[in-house]
Design a protein around this ligand. Structure first.
Ligand SMILES: Nc1ncnc2c1ncn2[C@@H]1O[C@H](COP(=O)(O)OP(=O)(O)OP(=O)(O)O)[C@@H](O)[C@H]1O
Length: 963
């Protein structure tokens, strides 16, 4: 059978800085000795057997310095105590506490004391020594001294059997003292209330000195009866403390006791109770790891739902039912899931059934105490299962204290006097539309179990390293491992599979080192994940620091810190991850953040949603400049419109001499931007333009070249123009996220990917394939060298619905019609069909040679007679050659200098009929260009300007109408 080695010694020195002195002198039965004084602090804390830094001289132990007789006495005492202790441990259920934790010496002392008091008080032993004992016990407690041997005996048994259960032992001791004191008080009342002047004998026959002190003052204020009742109540309280029985569980306890006394099968009885009654009392005293079950409340249609506040905000009074965070396809019994989650971190340790717990509880109530379950036979192998060791629990502390949840103080309401809408007062949605989430946990039992598992795994493989702390985030906890001098980092990283095995999770991620720390980080998913509410993120200090309209709530990092990001600084973002990983939820959080923080004249949006369902909730918000685009073809055109819009903005920046749209807007507000003399244009600040594409792959399938061209152009230049792109895709392959797109989209948000290749495409490094989905992400903002792990903020559909209703209730969206239709279309004439390429070659051939012969086309282009004849007809219809003149070659009507526009016309780049003489094209183009740019600029002009503007039509299109 594999022996369980305790990680306690390691745990004891894991936080030397905090508790070294408390454990430094503790006797250790294993290992040779401590390293010599003067060895490094780190080395001093290692388990000596594992240290490979040359021989160490054993340091003298405290007991070694005692005189020989004392050492002999001590040895005899401890030897006897161990023998007695072993005997006591074999009674009932065999228990085997760790040797380092045993307190046999103290237990033996209590046992001898109990025997001495019993000998005097029960068996009336006489003699000088007996008189001393009687004076001490009887004098103190009166005839309640008869109980003292019981109590001391119980204390001794617990010290022998369960020395590590400090809390339970202390509780029982306190309960016993309450009983003893109150009992002495009653004995004092019953014994005639003697005073000190009545002598010790009288006190002995009543409640002793303690009884006198407890009941004396009370009975001088009250009559004896009420005092008696009070003291009886105190005794009852003491009993509850000893048996760890909360008031509400008294009936159940009494029933259990009754069933036991009646000889009923406790397991069957427990099973009966299991059918319908609250079982939480079973967990109450079952070690520190067990928790009472969450209370359940009955819901309509007989469904139970855990009463957690996390779910409360999913359903609002508005009756709009939203979806839930961490939804699972598998509907499981909540309780079973919780049990499994707990046992998941203790592989190999079977969780007790309810019946076993009930039986154990019963035995505990008998005063035997809780027997440790006999350890399951564990497989002899490299990685064993282990139990949580209290020492490890107590000493490893979270290295980053959890950020206190921001109290839901509302963000001061911002009211805007919209310039675009005349005198409409626009208010941002109140912050309580996004309710607070569940309070974050700093540590949980699951964390302690993982610490013990990590410690044990490193022990097993003789890796001289220790867990020095951990930071608990909402999804994962990062455990920090420090190495002893001379230990290679690779020794820990090579253990990744064993660590996965020990903590029963395949999603273990190792960071070596943790950025900014000389420590290795091991990120292990929490079995008890927490949802990060967008409301909490937007109310956090980081979000309040700035009122920039493009700031969005990203989520929480591994240390539990809120992460907010400014989309304008990114300046473009690629969001990628496998299906169901949380991209759409992230995009929803992003859009909701913008709606919560910015007015339509600060931020405008173009939303592309080829999946048709993800963004429909936002249809009609006044921040949109075009209806949500669902057709990939139109989306490609919209991107081209964005390019034109960008050019327009650049023209304004260039004309007025500003480098960034923010500077330009500031100047406009300060009245420093004056339109040229004679222009009726009213210059307005440009809003930021946020273009969100929810599935890039769909666009890339329809028009890869055009989409890539537009994206590259926008991403290269749009930063200064206040235009920002967010591209989401579930197919982060190189044909969707091309090298060119990647090079120009500097910020990345990678949700769980299905392969390491995908992770490399998104982040240029592995890591995303280890994420655990449902909002778990690696965020790599522009300029960062290492990605930051975050749990994305979560916003429910119901919350989105409220925010959108608020926004739409104030302003109507007025869409621009040219966004998705105005792009120049390449029109290839029907009669050319698939022959465009060969027709272009034929034109080039005929015009450059100035020889319009069908047989030449046959020869040079290697086509048949019929095809060459068709090509010649096409050339004639486009005015390149004249009509047929029998067997003679045709006249060529286009000079070689005019070839380019003719080819362009055939390609559909220019209007084909009539063919513009090359020299006139630029003039017309310039005129068109200016007209279209003026339109785009005036789009932002106010309603008041519409009547007087040259381009009244376009101004109206941009107008926002208040409701
Ligand atoms: N930040 C989050 N917090 C909690 N749960 C989340 C979070 N993000 C996603 N989830 C859970 O994961 C589910 C799937 O998320 P989501 O729809 O955003 O994935 P997706 O990557 O957009 O998938 P697809 O590409 O198929 O649309 C959600 O319904 C929700 O239950």
């Amino acid at each position: 059978m594999a022996t369980r080695t305790s990680p306690a010694p390691r745990g004891q020195h894991q936080t030397r800085s905090k508790g070294a002195s408390a454990v430094a002198g503790s006797p250790r039965s294993k290992g040779p000795a401590k390293p010599p004084a003067g060895s490094s602090a780190k080395g001093a804390g290692r388990a000596p057997a594992k240290t490979r830094q040359g021989p160490v001289t054993p340091a003298p132990r405290d007991e070694d310095q005692l005189a020989l007789p004392l050492r002999a006495v001590r040895a005899v005492w401890m030897g006897t105590a161990r023998v007695v202790g072993s005997g006591v441990r074999t009674f009932g259920h065999d228990v085997n506490p760790d040797r380092e934790l045993r307190r046999d010496g103290s237990g033996f002392f209590l046992l001898l004391l109990a025997l001495a008091v019993a000998a005097v008080e029960w068996w009336a032993l006489s003699g000088t020594a007996a008189d001393v004992v009687h004076a001490a016990a009887g004098g103190t407690f009166g005839w309640m001294a008869l109980l003292v041997p019981f109590m001391l005996g119980l204390g001794a048994v617990r010290l022998f059997r369960y020395p590590e259960r400090h809390r339970a032992n202390n509780r029982i001791a306190i309960g016993q003292l309450v009983i003893l004191f109150a009992g002495s008080g009653i004995a004092h009342l019953v014994g005639g209330r003697p005073g000190l002047s009545d002598g010790l004998d009288a006190l002995w026959r009543a409640g002793g000195v303690v009884g006198f002190l407890v009941a004396g003052p009370l009975s001088s204020i009250l009559t004896p009866w009420p005092v008696g009742v009070l003291l009886a109540a105190a005794i009852f309280l003491g009993l509850l403390i000893v048996t760890a029985t909360p008031f509400r569980h008294i009936p159940a306890r009494l029933r259990t006791l009754y069933e036991h006394l009646m000889g009923q099968d406790p397991d069957a009885a427990a099973a009966r109770r299991d059918d319908g009654h609250d079982q939480s009392y079973l967990y109450e005293t079952h070690g520190a790891t067990a928790k009472p079950e969450p209370k359940r409340r009955k819901r309509l249609f007989g469904k139970d739902k855990p009463d957690t506040s996390a779910n409360d905000h999913d359903q609002h009074d508005d009756g709009y039912v939203g979806d839930e965070a961490f939804e699972r396809a598998v509907i499981e019994d909540e309780e079973r899931r919780a049990r499994e989650a707990e046992s998941a971190v203790r592989p190999g340790v079977r969780r007790p059934t309810r019946q076993e717990l009930a039986a154990e509880e019963l035995k505990r109530s008998q005063g035997i105490g809780t027997p440790d379950r006999a350890p399951e036979r564990e497989p002899e192998g490299a990685t064993e299962a282990i139990d949580i060791v209290p020492a490890a629990k107590a000493l490893i502390v979270p290295s980053t204290p959890v950020q206190p949840q921001v109290p839901p103080t509302p963000i001061p309401q911002r009211t805007e006097q919209l310039q675009l809408a005349g005198d409409v007062a626009y208010t941002l949605p109140p912050s309580d539309y996004l309710p607070a989430g569940t309070p974050p946990k700093e540590r949980s039992e699951a964390n302690d179990a993982v610490v013990a598992a990590l410690t044990h795994t490193m022990d097993q493989f003789n890796v001289d390293a220790k867990v020095t702390g951990f930071s608990r985030g909402p999804t994962v906890t990062r455990y920090e491992i420090e190495l002893a001098p001379g230990t290679k980092v690779e020794r820990v990283t090579a253990l990744s599979k064993n660590i996965s095995y020990a903590v029963a999770s395949s999603d273990v991620r190792i960071l070596s080192p943790i950025p900014g720390k000389s420590a290795i980080g091991i990120e292990i998913p929490n079995t008890d994940r927490e949802t990060v509410s967008l409301g909490d993120v937007l109310r956090s200090g980081n979000a309040r620091k700035t009122d920039h309209p493009m700031v969005m709530g990203v989520g929480k990092d591994v240390e539990g810190g809120f992460v907010v990001a400014n989309l304008a600084k990114m300046p473009h973002l690629l969001v990628a991850g496998a299906t169901g990983a949380g991209k759409s939820s992230f995009v929803n959080s992003m859009i909701t953040s913008i709606l919560m923080r910015s007015t339509p004249d600060e931020v405008r949006m173009v939303m592309v949603d080829p999946k048709r369902v993800e963004l429909t909730a936002y249809e009609g918000v006044p921040h949109l400049i075009t209806p949500i685009i669902t057709s990939p073809k139109k989306a490609a055109e919209a991107l081209q419109w964005v390019v034109r819009e960008m050019d327009t903005r650049y023209d304004d920046l260039a004309n007025y001499g500003y480098k960034h749209i923010d500077d330009f807007n500031k100047a406009v507000r300060n009245g420093k931007v004056v339109p040229p003399e004679g222009s009726k244009r009213v210059v307005r600040p440009y809003p930021y333009l946020l273009v969100i594409v929810d599935e890039l792959a769909d666009l890339m399938m329809v028009a890869p070249r055009d989409v890539e061209d537009s994206i590259v152009r926008i991403t290269q230049l749009a930063r200064a123009a206040g235009i920002h792109l967010v591209l989401a895709t579930q197919r982060p392959s190189v044909d969707v996220v091309t090298g060119l797109i990647k090079a120009n989209v500097p910020s990345r948000m990678a949700f769980a990917t299905s392969s390491v290749t995908d992770s490399r495409v998104v982040l240029d490094q592995p890591g995303a394939e280890k994420l655990i989905g449902q909002g778990d992400a690696l965020f790599l903002p522009m300029g960062a060298s290492k990605p930051m792990r975050v749990q994305g903020a979560w916003v429910t559909e119901s919350e989105i619905h409220r925010v959108v209703e608020h926004v739409k209730g104030q302003l109507q969206a007025i869409y621009r019609e040219d966004v998705a239709v105005d792009a120049p279309k390449k029109q290839i004439d029907d009669d050319i069909g698939d022959d465009l390429e060969v027709l272009l070659q034929a034109t080039e051939l005929v015009v450059t040679t100035q020889f319009g012969s069908t047989s030449m086309l046959q020869r040079k282009l290697r086509v048949g007679f019929a095809k060459a004849g068709r090509l010649m007809d096409l050339l004639e219809s486009r005015g390149v050659v004249g009509p047929s003149e029998g067997s003679k070659a045709r006249d060529v009507l286009v000079k070689p200098d005019d070839l380019a526009p003719v080819l362009a016309a055939m390609r559909g780049d220019e209007p084909s009929v009539p063919v513009q003489p090359q020299s006139q094209a630029p003039i017309d183009l310039v005129a068109d260009d200016l007209a279209s740019r003026a339109q785009a600029v005036d789009y932002y002009d106010g309603a008041d300007a519409s009547g007087s503007d040259d381009d009244g039509e376009s101004t109206d299109a941009w107008n926002l109408t208040g409701r």
